[in-house]
Design a protein around this ligand. Structure first.
Ligand code: UTP
Length: 288
């Protein structure tokens, strides 16, 4: 598995007005933009080529991963070697390509924009607003790649969600399972609680067969008027095995204000700022 697609062209309406001029993927978590965590996870999972799908006229993500000679010179002149390294590392990540999604027709459509760059090989998809952490363990994308290599099918990351949240996710209908892996019969986008076939939600990591591109080309607008990746995966299930993998790790939904706040607090408590931040939180009046 060499290639990964990171769709980052959505409007991010749940985060407006913060996301009016910048994509939500560029909002910071502790000290780096949300998307950088997904890029680092992909690289740590063995991915060599990263394709980021961006919206027209939004260059912040591309700029973030580009070199910045004037800033590098300034940091060098001021002896700030640690920050210099952190900046240089970004432009040395390996092969990174950017494709444009001209119209926001949905996640499925965004993935389709990467078709020519992916070609005829299986690939990973990472939705960076789902921040996946597995400290000291195998990165979540790597877990999916290993499941794919062992079982030769597409694999989607799944995790149990509370019953009152199933209507916010794609929910899988598992056929049979072994350990963390479930072969899927179906996946339904945002079902009503009563119609949900399980409480296993698809979260933002996938390993997909290139056949998905044919399915995406045939997919018409579904839930919310968008071309849904879930609908294409459904079509794929009728032809090829698709598995749900109950991954090991923690997921933060950084694409919503509350999720982003929770991610910020818990990730700060794991950072070099932890001691001071803990003291600050302890000093807050939380009795209301
Ligand atoms: P979301 O469902 O989070 O949609 O997309 P969104 O537009 O980004 O945010 P809201 O719902 O309006 O607040 C899931 C992923 O798919 C990408 C997003 O950037 C995000 O990574 N996406 C979505 C696209 O790249 N293009 C689209 O047309 C839609």
């Amino acid at each position: 598995m060499r290639k990964a697609v990171l769709p980052a062209a959505g409007f991010g309406t749940r985060f407006l007005p913060a996301t009016k001029a910048i994509p939500k993927e560029i909002l910071p978590l502790v000290d780096r933009p949300i998307i950088q965590y997904a890029v680092e996870e992909a690289v740590a999972s063995g991915i060599e080529q990263i394709v980021i799908v961006i919206a027209n006229g939004r260059s912040a993500i591309e700029d973030h991963f580009d070199s910045h000679p004037a800033l590098e010179r300034w940091l060098e002149d001021h002896g700030d070697i640690e920050r210099l390294r952190s900046i240089r590392r970004l432009s040395e990540i390996g092969t990174m390509a950017f494709v444009h999604q001209k119209e926001q027709l949905g996640l499925g459509h965004a993935v389709l924009m990467a078709k020519d760059l992916i070609g005829d090989e299986p690939f990973a998809v990472l939705l960076s607003d789902d921040v996946m952490l597995n400290p000291g363990g195998t990165p979540v994308t790597r877990q999916l790649i290993e499941a794919h290599e062992a079982h030769r099918g597409s694999v989607v990351a799944v995790q149990q969600v509370p019953a009152d949240e199933v209507s916010r996710y794609g929910i899988v209908k598992p056929r049979r399972g072994e350990g963390r892996l479930w072969e899927l019969d179906d996946v339904i986008e945002k079902p009503a609680v009563a119609d949900a076939p399980s409480d296993l939600a698809v979260l933002g990591r996938y390993v997909l067969s290139p056949r998905i591109f044919d399915k995406l080309e045939q997919t018409t607008r579904g839930a919310g008027g968008e071309i849904q990746l879930t609908d294409a995966i459904r079509a794929l299930i009728s032809e090829q095995p698709v598995f749900g993998y109950q991954f090991e790790g923690l997921r933060h939904d950084a694409g919503t204000r509350l999720g982003w706040l929770k991610a910020t607090v818990s990730m700060t408590l794991e950072s070099d700022l932890a001691d001071e931040f803990r003291t600050f939180v302890r000093g807050l009046d939380l009795r209301h």
